[in-house]
Ligand binder design. Structure first.
Ligand code: NAP
Length: 309
């Protein structure tokens, strides 16, 4: 093989975990690259207002915070490359990342690929995305100003989406397959008290009704089997996340939900490979825990590069 550029560290994914790893690595003098598909920030960049990341007393929008994280890492010499990673060989030495922009090589790899919204798997769901089907209330909510929307799910995301949409839409119908919310208690009272939020408990969406755009949903009661039709202009699907681990599933150990098994050391089952942010097993997936992971991964990578574990 002719001479190739081998980075000390490549972070795959430019969300808060990836760019914090890049910041710490670059400041530690490591030759560092971030591979990012589109633009910095990952899921964070789609968040309208972040009020629980310390240091921004008035809150900050996710896109701006992402840009700041990228610029801060680049100030210390980290590079960013916009490329789609197509495959990885994480056991090779150096590790190889094949991308849309050609191969990249690294001594250590930080997996920061995050998690994407889970789909319901209904016929027409993909084709109707952007035409009534949405996965992010903060991103697409304004399109439904004064309209009627359905939110599907019962966790924190569905609760937060329903609250946000209730301030924009005329009516919000929350559809959950159980008779109680899984969301933390803090959401329950505001949801119950909002005048324009209706609940359809023990119900699942069985069909998306549409012409060119969504016109309604068909619901089924999970106990009685009774079917009803609910007219609406939009359906926000908030039924959890699926980790972006397809590219590494045969190489690092995953848990049964597909998350990379890594504790707070961020070490994966492969030496020199670390998992940070939403993609790893952890109790709380937030910006603040992702950035902590990024810092820890670099600490561990430095030990590894120095000849340790
Ligand atoms: P989640 O907590 O896993 O909840 C997913 C919800 O969707 C559950 O209520 C689940 O129903 C339902 N569901 C799953 N698959 C479904 C299907 N096929 N059909 C119908 N319903 C389905 O996911 P999340 O709400 O996206 O939250 C993900 C993580 O982000 C959590 O750790 C959460 O705490 C965090 N988060 C935090 C905040 C915050 O304000 N702190 C906001 C957003 C997210 P069952 O209840 O029946 O399982």
């Amino acid at each position: 093989m002719s001479e190739v550029h081998v980075y000390d560290m490549i972070a795959v994914g430019g969300g808060p975990g990836g760019y914090t790893a890049a910041l710490y690595a670059a400041r530690a003098g490591l030759d560092t690259l971030v591979l990012e598909k589109l633009s910095a920030g990952g899921q964070m960049a789609l968040t309208e207002e972040i009020d629980n990341y310390p240091g921004f007393e008035e809150g900050i929008d996710g896109f701006t915070l992402a840009e700041k994280m990228q610029q801060q890492a680049e100030r210390f010499g980290a590079r960013s490359e916009y490329a789609q990673v197509e495959s990885m060989d994480l056991t090779a030495s150096p590790k190889v990342l094949e991308t849309s922009e050609g191969p990249f090589y690294a001594r250590t790899v930080v997996l920061a690929t995050g998690a994407n919204p889970r789909e319901l798997g209904l016929p027409g769901e993909a084709a109707l995305t952007g035409r009534g089907v949405a996965y992010c209330a903060a991103c697409d909510g304004m399109r439904y100003k004064g309209r009627t929307v359905v939110v599907v799910g019962g966790g924190n995301s569905a609760a937060a989406d329903a609250m946000l949409l209730s301030r924009i839409a005329k009516k919000v119908i929350l559809v959950h397959r159980r008779d109680t919310l899984r969301a933390t208690k803090i959401y329950h009272e505001p949801l119950m008290q909002a005048e324009n939020i209706e609940f359809r408990w023990n119900s699942v969406v069985t069909e998306l009704l549409h012409a060119d755009k969504v016109t309604g949903v068909k619901l089924k009661d999970v106990h009685t089997g009774e079917e009803t039709t609910v007219p609406c202009d939009g359906v926000f699907i908030s039924v959890g996340r699926k980790p972006a681990t397809e590219l590494v599933q045969s190489q690092v150990a995953l848990d049964r939900n597909g998350y990379i098994i890594a504790d707070e050391t961020t070490k994966t089952s492969l030496p020199g490979v670390y998992a940070v942010g939403d993609v790893r097993t952890k109790p709380l997936r937030q910006v603040v825990t992702a950035v902590a992971d990024g810092a820890t991964a670099v600490h561990m990578a430095e030990e590894y590069l120095a000849g340790g574990e």
